[in-house]
Design a protein around this ligand. Structure first.
Ligand SMILES: Nc1ncnc2c1ncn2[C@@H]1O[C@H](COP(=O)(O)OP(=O)(O)O[C@H]2O[C@H](CO)[C@@H](O)[C@H](O)[C@H]2O)[C@@H](O)[C@H]1O
Length: 477
């Protein structure tokens, strides 16, 4: 099948959060499974520092009264064609934000649609989040190009209809108050990134005011669990960490703990449980719960805490101030740094993710892959990826709590702190977490079924595809 991925972020070229990881890794697996997958993204100013981009564009077009040029390169370390949408509005300073954000990404979507109509015509455009949400609306008039729209985060819904109408053409049939709502109505298929979140967004608690629409269209909505790029996120081969290790050589892991303690100014102490957080510091991630229990948790236990993230200024300030109360025990790094995030996954003992809502979550998967035990609130994809630790039956992969309450989060953290003292059991827990299947292969199979469905074919895998997926899954570890 010919599939064009369109997104605002593609890792490792431009990444703010998990969507970038998905768009940077899923196409590789679909390509391995024999599909002609290509990727279309903005040509941010910093991309030419990371890969070679030819000076001559492959195509020039016009959208929203602006000229643009599309440059062709390859997704790093692959031969997957990468199309870069070039216009001065996509500069080096930012991916998101700014007063012209709604205009910028609507223009980008319009450019992608023009590109698909006039230069490389895919059978399917796979769109990601509101930034690409107008594409399904426009493609509605092109029955030979189907669309799949993936919701990575329903909280961000893009510009409202009146603004859209003032910026660009909205076809007469377009309905929906904002871009996200319109995309949900017009995509041939809507997916989100875990089965539990697919259910939750049909309820008022998680639907962000679109629950009515989502439950009305629930027959067209499917939750497919994310995977991670198991080749780049591999503790046995990761060149960004101090000491490579795998599930059979966990004794080597402690060097990473000492290294991250040294790097971030924590006391060198291999016995203190080191809690890690790597996240966008926004309401979604449960940072307010962390702030509420931190004083008590740090006083009650001898744990250490490292937080890596950027986001809302009030969270950044509060965390920074708290760190000054626990010198040597709490480190806050207010930056976005992929290499450092890997060192946190590889060095911390537990990974805290008390999300208010979580479409899937990739950080907990990366943490588990690096033997760092997740403590999660059971919501969205965290329910589907982390199971209760049961030391007696030697089952489960992490510590979980249900209610979004400080006490419940505190209790889960104390349980983990107590569990951490039983080294032999802890090691088995780490091995189980590391042994879970984080690969994209099974989920890529689910996407292939969705693609076949929107092309009007039976939604099933051929025996050959099944066999290939089984082989790849078995080989990745
Ligand atoms: N300061 C920092 N420095 C370096 N790396 C950092 C970082 N802060 C975050 N990251 C990285 O960004 C990614 C975060 O991915 P998540 O899926 O956990 O959350 P996010 O909310 O961004 O994604 C949204 O989209 C994804 C993809 O569908 C869903 O899994 C998720 O639930 C949804 O909220 C991880 O790769 C993490 O390592």
């Amino acid at each position: 099948m010919k599939i064009l991925f369109v997104a605002a972020e593609v890792s490792p070229l431009a990444k703010v959060g998990g969507m970038g990881d998905v768009v940077g890794s899923l196409p590789k697996v679909l390509h391995q499974l024999g599909h002609d997958v290509r990727v279309f993204m903005p040509y941010y100013g910093f991309i030419s520092d990371k890969i070679d981009v030819p000076l001559e564009p492959v195509w020039k077009g016009e959208a929203m009264f602006q000229q643009f040029a599309v440059y062709q390169a390859n997704l790093p370390d692959t031969d997957i064609p990468l199309y870069l949408f070039g216009h001065p509005v996509f500069d080096s300073r930012r991916i998101y934000g700014g007063e012209d954000e709604a205009w910028r990404f609507t223009f980008f979507s319009n450019g992608a649609a023009e590109f698909a109509w006039n230069h490389w015509k895919p059978e399917i455009i796979h769109c990601h989040d509101w930034h690409t949400g107008m594409i399904p609306v426009w493609m509605h008039q092109s029955p030979d190009i189907a669309t799949v729209f993936t919701i990575h985060n329903l909280a961000y819904q893009g510009p409202w209809r009146a603004l859209l109408e003032s910026m660009t053409w909205c076809p007469w049939y377009m309905q929906g108050d904002n871009v996200m709502a319109a995309a949900i109505q017009f995509a041939n298929r809507v997916t989100t990134v875990s089965p539990t979140y697919a259910q939750q967004i049909q309820t008022p608690a998680y639907g962000e005011k679109l629950e009515g629409l989502l439950s009305y269209l629930s027959g067209n909505l499917v939750g497919i669990l994310n995977g991670i790029d198991t080749e780049t996120y591999n503790p046995a081969e990761d060149r960004f960490i101090s000491s490579a290790f795998d599930a059979e050589s966990l004794d080597k892991r402690v060097k990473n703990k000492i290294a991250i303690q040294e790097e971030t100014g924590l006391e060198i102490n291999r016995n203190a449980m080191l809690v890690g957080i790597v996240a966008r510091l926004v309401e979604q991630k449960g940072i307010d719960l962390v702030i509420q229990i931190l004083d008590r948790f740090m006083s009650y236990t001898d744990s250490q805490l490292i937080i890596l993230g950027t986001g809302d200024r009030h969270y950044e300030t509060q965390l920074w101030q708290m760190a000054s109360r626990f010198p040597g025990r709490m480190a806050v790094q207010l930056l976005h740094n992929d290499a450092l995030s890997r060192r946190v996954y590889a060095g911390a003992d537990v990974f805290l993710m008390p999300s208010r809502f979580e479409p899937c979550g990739l950080s907990q998967l990366m943490a588990m892959r690096y033997g760092c035990i997740p403590i999660v609130r059971r919501t969205g994809g965290l329910v589907d990826t982390v199971s209760f630790y049961d030391p007696i039956n030697e089952a489960g992969t992490g510590y979980c709590f249900d209610r979004y309450e400080p006490l419940d989060c505190f209790t889960a953290m104390v349980r983990a702190w107590e569990g951490f003292r039983f080294k032999a059991d802890w090691q088995k827990l780490q091995q189980r977490a590391m042994g879970a299947d984080f690969s994209w292969y099974r989920s890529a199979g689910e996407y292939i079924k969705v693609y076949k469905g929107v092309l009007g074919k039976p939604q099933e895998l051929s025996p050959m595809e099944e066999e290939k997926i089984a082989k790849l899954t078995a080989s990745y570890r």
